[in-house]
Ligand binder design. Structure first.
Ligand SMILES: *Cc1c(COP(=O)(O)O)cnc(C)c1O
Length: 428
């Protein structure tokens, strides 16, 4: 039996279950000084003066902005990100100032930023999407000339580098996520890296006001991870999950397709949710401490897969591949490709037995909930309608990269035929 590989994979599940169960039985979820140990290890690993563990990346962004912003100031940001990140700007008292993105890496375009002449600009939020660094050097120069801080959203890019330095350590503060879909997985969590001692003190003061995360909340999230882990594990994935998803995609079955549709909570928020306001537990820090030594190994495996996609797909006309800024290391959380009709390519790949995911980020600059901040961002609008993410995770395997690439090439070779499952006999 040929096993199908899922679109995404959850990292380090074994470590997470084992650590949680052990700490639960020993009643030591909150016991121990491992949070401090993890912060020291992370600061050392990434080469930053301070690391502060936060409950989620978004809370890290929120707190950093609260520290740096004066009320009503603008925050320049890419509109192509999680809507909730934009909400964090508002919750921190800022006003989003959308700046269009660079088609090559789907990150903030420094050229467009340099046209930003607003004089109440208070901060720049730079996202490094998909493990591909933003072209951050000109952004840092612009920020310096204006005397404003740069906050990096490195949630998808732990291990990526620019000029030999880790992203997340290039601006005034860098924010990482340890959610279940990220390279370091502590059920949920995040951290802020910074060399700014005053910011560090502010973060610690604010975090001290949060309550320790309830064990029940962790258990609930863990059950969700466990369910998805099982559904994406073989042979269940090959025999059950994938045939179901494939059937849903090929035949347009609404209820099946909704199972994998990410429901983003698209509403404007002025205050952060209560359940965001928790301290990470010592147990989660122990999970992270055990994963940190493998981060580089996992990065290397994804880089190998990303490089292979780049080579195998480089000469396909009509396919937009990521172009990396000079002298940087991309760690390819996924391999992003832009195509005219993502659902059609998804059906094509599904038909040939390959599972992929369509990026669900919207162009926030044109969302109804952010209509007050609306701005024309034509590149983000186009990218939001064309992004497919090919898998790169460590055990995806190079032959699956080759197979995906071959099927994508075949799709373009056949002239991107409309493929809705009715004409598959001629095409197969
Ligand atoms: C996952 C993600 C976040 C949010 O991370 P949380 O830890 O869930 O808050 C923010 N930005 C980007 C780009 C992400 O991928």
């Amino acid at each position: 039996m040929k096993l199908s590989k899922p679109r995404t994979k959850f990292y380090s599940c074994g470590i997470v279950y084992w650590q949680f169960l052990r700490d639960l039985l020993a009643r030591s979820i909150h016991r121990g000084d491992d949070l401090t140990k993890f912060e020291a290890a992370a600061a050392e690993h990434f080469g930053s003066d301070h690391a502060v563990a936060v409950p989620m990346a978004r809370v890290g962004i929120y707190l950093c902005l609260r520290y740096y912003l004066q009320a009503g100031q603008l925050v320049a940001s890419s509109p192509y990100t999680l809507a909730e990140v934009i909400n964090m700007i508002v919750c921190a008292g800022g006003t989003p100032r959308f700046v269009d993105i660079d088609r090559n890496n789907a990150d903030l375009d420094p050229e467009k930023l340099s046209q930003c002449t607003d004089d109440n600009l208070g901060a720049i939020l730079v996202t490094h999407l998909h493990g591909i660094p933003a072209n951050i050097r000109p952004i840092l120069e612009f920020a310096k000339s204006r005397g404003i801080p740069v906050i990096e959203d490195a949630a998808q890019s732990a291990g990526a580098m620019v000029d030999g330095r880790y992203v997340g350590t290039l601006g005034n503060a860098g924010v990482f996520s340890f959610g279940i879909l990220k390279q370091l997985n502590s059920i949920y969590g995040g951290m802020v890296l910074t060399n700014d001692a005053a910011l560090t003190a502010f973060l610690r003061e604010e975090l001290a006001k949060f309550a320790p995360v309830p064990v029940g909340t962790l258990a609930y999230k863990l059950a969700y991870l466990g369910r998805n882990h099982v559904l994406t594990s073989n042979p269940i994935f090959t025999l059950g999950t994938f045939p179901l998803l494939r059937h849903g995609a090929l035949h347009g079955v609404g209820w099946i397709n909704r199972l994998v549709t990410v429901e983003t909570d698209l509403r404007l928020k002025h205050e952060i949710d209560d359940w965001y306001q928790h301290q990470l537990s010592a147990s989660q820090a122990r999970m992270l401490l055990r994963q940190l030594p493998d981060l580089e190994k996992h990065d290397q495996q994804r880089i190998r897969h990303g490089q292979a996609y780049l080579e195998l797909l480089s000469d396909v006309p009509g396919l937009v591949l990521p172009k990396l800024p000079e002298n940087c290391r991309a760690t390819f959380a996924h391999f992003p490709v832009q195509v005219a009709d993502p659902p059609n390519l998804l059906r094509w790949l599904n038909f040939y037995g390959q599972d992929v995911v369509i990026q669900h980020f919207a162009n926030c600059a044109e969302l109804d909930c952010f209509s007050k901040f609306r701005r024309d961002c034509p590149v983000a609008a186009e990218v939001a309608n064309s992004m497919v993410l090919l898998p790169t995770y460590p055990d995806f395997g190079i032959h699956n990269v080759q197979r995906n690439s071959q099927i994508v090439r075949k799709y373009f070779g056949a002239g991107q035929p409309i493929f809705d499952g009715t004409n598959r006999l001629q095409l197969g």
